[in-house]
Structures are given as structure tokens and as C-alpha cells.
Design a protein around this ligand. Structure first.
Ligand code: ARG
Length: 428
């Protein structure tokens, strides 16, 4: 039976196609399972020098139709900006670059599946990562009628068997040596894992990095930039208005040249084990620092505190594949509301691996000089402090007064008994 007679049996599958060996081999493999293969390649701003040849390669390898989608603007506006508004960093450090691209890839697969009348979608993730979880959970959330196939997870081929299978089916095999790392990148950053990085004692070799210079080799002269935000979103650098793609691309290059955005961490994976990852997120690092700083002068105290709790939840939901979920939607509504006043300009110093906020100003700042100053012009009512302290401290004072004669004390918890080394001088 030829693959074209088999294909009538199962219908179309839309495959997330990168043009690499795994997803190329997946084309004949899916055809052998009885599917007609349509490919979907997402441009999310990854460093790839053969993007314009990918569609053609898919067709040569057996796909009936090949789609190339430039998703950079959607990625920025619907994923990265919401993430920035939420100051989202998984476990406080990872700016979630890879985690944002999976829901948008799932969304694009579902979109093309609906356009093409496909019965299934497929991705090239292995059975060990969390990218498989994100794509599948997100795809199911968007269209539960579609089957989700994971050829690489199912075919159980070694690398050698895969190469042999590729040759047998005339799939072009890569001529360059396979990277010793597992890499993934998009406009928000680059993720690098596996190889020597798997031993957390090893210093990441220079070759693990691709977007940043070693801070030691960065320019000896600091550079200062001013970032303008409107409702939590960066809109200009040094007064020059830029769209998202231009702004992030510019910042990646500039901050990367100062060695900014290297993150080396061991993270807790959704699939149960810990893994060592090296990320490079130059633009994200600068923007997150600047945005957080601007919020300190534009958000109310209680909003900031509640927001911090929800920021953590936002990052976890993103990391764990719950982008399309009722909780995420509700949290994003909260975040959007908070950003109405996050307008202003932040000055950041870029220098040898660090992005330090040096100044900020905002027309919507609730920072008040006249209230904060200890100098001339102080408008704070000092006399109000007396009554305030009485009321604020009343519950604690009442507690101590009530238990004075009992056996309740603070001593166990706070080690309130001092044991100082004391020097006493008496007037003679
Ligand atoms: N550990 C990161 C995450 O789960 C990065 C994953 C990158 N994927 C890859 N195929 N290298 O978000």
C-alpha cells in the first residue's frame, strides 16, 4: 500500500516543523502511520539562517502543504507584554522565554488544523521535557476534538536509527555536527540545557552562550539608556518610539554586548526532576528590572503586595502549561488593571553583566517628595506619628499586658533574652 492510499484512512495532521532532523523524519513517519502531513513553522524570532527554505524543504520531504507563520508580533503582544506586566520569572529568575512560545505554537497548530480540516496535530518534543506538556495541554484547551501526536516520543529510535531512517526516506540529514546542547530560542531569549551542563559543578563553557559576551570582555565604559513605558509596556528607548520587535531586538543586541542577561540555574521541572539550565535573556532582563522599578513609584502598596503573590502564580501557570486556563485569564485581567498607572521613564545603566536602575520619573507617580524629604519643604505631619504608633502597637501591647503574669513570652520564638558583651564606663 502506498502512503497516499493509507492517508485517506486517517486524514490530515498538522506538524510543528522546525526543519531540523527530528521534525523532518516525523514527516515520512506520520505518513507511514496513515496521515497526510501539513507543516506549520513558527517564526518566533529564533536565530535561524534558513527560514525561507523551510517550507520548500517540508514539501520535498513529503508534506502536502507547508505554512510559515510570522508570530513575532503576536508573541510579543499576547504573551511577552502580559508576562512583563506580571514581572513573571519562574522561581524568581527564569524569564520564561521557552515557556511562552509553546502556547503560541499550540495555538498556531490548532489554527492551521482548523483551516486545513485536519484531525490531529503533532509536535517533535521528547517524552522527558515540559514542552510536550505545554503544547498538549494548550492544544487541548483550545480544541479538545483534535488528536495530539508526538512522533519523537513514540518512535523509540536511537540517533543512529533515526539517521538511517532519514536516509531511507530521502530526508536531508544535517551536515553540521549536532550541538552538544539542547537549544531553544525566540525573541525573548535562549535556553541551553544538557551536555556538560548536566553536572551542576561544571562552569558553563563559552560555547553554551550565544547571545551575550562574557561580562569580563564587555566594554569598560558603562552605557545609560532611558526606557519609556506606557501602561506597563515599553514604547521607546532614549525617546525614540519603537514597536515591540524593534525594541526587543535592539535591547537584546545592546544589553548582550554588555554581557547582561546570563542566567545559570537549577530549576524544578514540572515533570518531577531538577535540571540545570543556562538562559540568555538580555532584553528581558533589562525590561523586567526597569518595569519593576517603575511600579515602585506608581503602584499602591497593597496592590504591589497582592500583585507579587499573583506574579508568582502567573509564572507557575506559564511554566506548567496552564496559559489557556480560567485562572490565567483572571490574573491577566488583574494585571492589566494595575498597569493603567505604570507610565514613565526609567534610566538604566548597562555595565559588565549588570543592568542597574539609576533613575525613574512618572506623571502618575505616587511617590511624593514633600512627604519623603527630611529636608526643607517637609509636608509630613510629625505630630500624627504619636497617635499612629499608639494604635498600631496597641494589639502587641495588649498581648504583653494580658500575659505579663502568665507563662507566655516571646523568648522562644525571638530569642528576646540578650546576651551582650558589655563595656561600661562610669563617670568618676
Ligand atoms: N527548561 C526550560 C523550560 O522548560 C527550557 C526548555 C527549552 N527547551 C529545549 N528544547 N531546550 O522552559
Amino acid at each position: 500500500m502506498t502512503s497516499s492510499t493509507k492517508q485517506a484512512k486517517k486524514g490530515k495532521v498538522v506538524l510543528a516543523y522546525s526543519g531540523g532532523l527530528d521534525t523532518s523524519v516525523a514527516i515520512p513517519w506520520l505518513m507511514e502511520q496513515g496521515y497526510e502531513v501539513v507543516t506549520m513553522t513558527a517564526d518566533v524570532g529564533q536565530q535561524a539562517d534558513n527560514m525561507d527554505e523551510i517550507n520548500e524543504k517540508a514539501i520535498r520531504t513529503g508534506a502536502v502543504t507547508a505554512h510559515m507563520l510570522d508570530l513575532r508580533r503576536d508573541l510579543i503582544e499576547k504573551f511577552l507584554w502580559p508576562g512583563l506586566k506580571a514581572n513573571a520569572m519562574y522561581e524568581g529568575v527564569y524569564p520564561l522565554n521557552s515557556a511562552y512560545s509553546r502556547p503560541i505554537i499550540a495555538q498556531a497548530l490548532v489554527h492551521i488544523a482548523q483551516v486545513e480540516g485536519a484531525v490531529a496535530i503533532a509536535h517533535g518534543c521528547t517524552g522527558k521535557g515540559q514542552d510536550q506538556v505545554r503544547i498538549e495541554v494548550c492544544a487541548n484547551a483550545l480544541d479538545p476534538t483534535l488528536d495530539v501526536l508526538a512522533p519523537v516520543r513514540d518512535w523509540h529510535m536511537t540517533r543512529e536509527e533515526e539517521m538511517a531512517y532519514a536516509e531511507l526516506h530521502n530526508v536531508p540529514v544535517p551536515t553540521t555536527r549536532k550541538s552538544p546542547y539542547s537549544l531553544d530560542d525566540n525573541i525573548w531569549g535562549r535556553s541551553c540545557e544538557c551536555g556538560v551542563l548536566e553536572d551542576p559543578w561544571n562552569t558553563p563553557p563559552t560555547g553554551a552562550y550565544g547571545l551575550t559576551v562574557d561580562p569580563v570582555d564587555a566594554p569598560d565604559k558603562p552605557e545609560k539608556i532611558e526606557i519609556t513605558f506606557e501602561q506597563g509596556i515599553p514604547v521607546a528607548i532614549d525617546g525614540k518610539p519603537m514597536d515591540g520587535i524593534e525594541l526587543i531586538t535592539h535591547l537584546n543586541k545592546l544589553a548582550g554586548s554588555h554581557g547582561i542577561g546570563r542566567i545559570d540555574m537549577v530549576e524544578n521541572r514540572l515533570v518531577g526532576f531538577k535540571s540545570r539550565e543556562v538562559y540568555e535573556c538580555p532584553a528581558a532582563t533589562v525590561l523586567l528590572a526597569a518595569h519593576k522599578a517603575l511600579e515602585t513609584i506608581t503602584l499602591a502598596k497593597d496592590v504591589m503586595r497582592t500583585k507579587a503573590d499573583l506574579e508568582k502564580k502567573f509564572a507557575e501557570l506559564t511554566y506548567e502549561g496552564y496559559w489557556f486556563s480560567p485562572l490565567m485569564e483572571a490574573i491577566q485581567c488583574f494585571m492589566d488593571k494595575t498597569q493603567e498607572t505604570v507610565n514613565g521613564v526609567v534610566r538604566v545603566r548597562l555595565y559588565k553583566g549588570s543592568a542597574v536602575v539609576e533613575g525613574m520619573k512618572s506623571d502618575s507617580a505616587i511617590y511624593r517628595y514633600d512627604l519623603a524629604t527630611y529636608s526643607e519643604g517637609d509636608a509630613f505631619d510629625h505630630t500624627s506619628a504619636v497617635g499612629f504608633i499608639k494604635v498600631w502597637g496597641l494589639p502587641i501591647k495588649t498581648w504583653t499586658q494580658t500575659h505579663e503574669k502568665g507563662n507566655v513570652s516571646f523568648e522562644n520564638a525571638t530569642d528576646a533574652k540578650l546576651t551582650p558583651d558589655t563595656v561600661i564606663i562610669k563617670a568618676s
